[in-house]
Design a protein around this ligand. Structure first.
Ligand SMILES: [Zn+2]
Length: 254
C-alpha cells in the first residue's frame, strides 16, 4: 500500500484526531493480545520437553532392564553347566571304581579333569557377569532416581502452566471485549485497511508513531510537510514505504 492519505478528506480536524487516537488504542490492544497469545503458545513447550525427556529415560530404563535379564539368563546357563558337570563327575567316580585296567582309569580321569575345567570356566564367567550386573544395577538406580525427579518437576510445571494458561485466557477475553468496544468507533473502510496492514506486517503493527521524522514501523523518513500534517492531525496518513498508519508521537500524551 503506497497511498499517502485516505480518500475521505472530509474529516474535521477533531474527527481525524479522534480516529487517530482510537486507531492507536486499537493497535495497543491488539499488540497486547498478540503478546498474550505468543506467551501462551510457548508455555506448553516446556511441559512437552519434559514429557519427551521422561519418555527417553523410560526407554533407557527398559534397555538396561533387558540387559539385566540377559545377564541373569547367562548366569542361569552357567549354573546349569556346573550342575551337569558335577553330575558327570559323580557318574565318572562310580565308573572309576569298576575299571579293569589303568588305561580305562586314565581315560575316565581325563574326562573328570575336563569337567573340572568346565566348572572352573563357568564360575569365572559367572563372576564376570556378576560384576557387569552390579554395574548395570547402578545405572538402573540412577535412571530411576532421575525419572522420579523429572516427574516431580513435570507435575509442578503442569500446575504452574495450567494456572498461567487460565489467567492469560482471562486476560485475552478482557482484551477482546475492549477491542470490540474500540473497533465500533472506527469506520468499516478504515477498519479493513487496518486489518489488512496488520495481517501483512510481521510484527502485527498497523499503526505506528512518527519517530524523529521517520516511520516508526519501517524507519523510512517522511517529508517535513507530511510530518507537519501528521502532527497537526489533519488527515490520516499512511507510510509511503510500508503502508502503515502514521500517528503523531504525542498521540498518547493526553
Ligand atoms: Zn513505514
Amino acid at each position: 500500500m503506497s497511498k499517502t492519505k485516505t480518500t475521505d478528506t472530509n474529516y474535521s480536524p477533531t474527527m481525524v484526531s479522534d480516529k487517530l487516537e482510537v486507531l492507536y488504542e486499537l493497535q495497543n490492544v491488539d499488540s497486547q493480545i498478540d503478546k498474550v497469545r505468543v506467551l501462551r503458545g510457548e508455555l506448553p513447550l516446556e511441559v512437552e520437553d519434559l514429557e519427551v525427556e521422561i519418555k527417553k529415560l523410560n526407554d533407557r530404563l527398559e534397555k538396561q532392564s533387558d540387559i539385566e535379564s540377559e545377564f541373569n539368563n547367562s548366569i542361569v546357563l552357567q549354573e546349569n553347566k556346573i550342575k551337569e558337570a558335577n553330575a558327570l563327575i559323580k557318574k565318572y567316580e562310580t565308573q572309576q571304581m569298576k575299571v579293569r585296567n589303568n588305561r580305562e582309569f586314565d581315560a575316565i580321569n581325563k574326562e573328570m579333569e575336563f569337567q573340572g575345567l568346565e566348572i572352573e570356566l563357568a564360575n569365572k564367567k559367572i563372576k564376570g557377569v556378576g560384576v557387569e550386573l552390579e554395574e548395570n544395577a547402578g545405572k538402573i538406580k540412577l535412571i530411576k532416581a532421575k525419572i522420579r525427579e523429572r516427574k516431580k518437576h513435570l507435575k509442578k510445571k503442569k500446575t504452574e502452566l495450567d494456572s498461567i494458561i487460565q489467567s492469560t485466557e482471562k486476560e485475552e477475553a478482557k482484551l477482546l471485549s475492549k477491542k470490540k468496544k474500540v473497533s465500533k468507533l472506527i469506520p468499516d473502510s478504515l477498519m479493513s485497511s487496518y486489518d489488512s496492514i496488520r495481517l501483512a506486517s510481521r510484527n502485527g503493527l498497523a499503526v505506528v508513531k512518527v519517530s524523529r521524522g521517520a516511520c516508526g514501523g519501517c524507519f523510512s523518513s517522511i517529508t517535513s510537510q507530511h510530518h507537519l500534517n501528521i502532527k497537526l492531525r489533519k488527515e490520516i496518513y499512511f507510510c509511503e514505504n510500508c503502508g502503515r498508519i502514521l500517528v503523531p508521537d504525542d498521540i498518547d500524551s493526553k
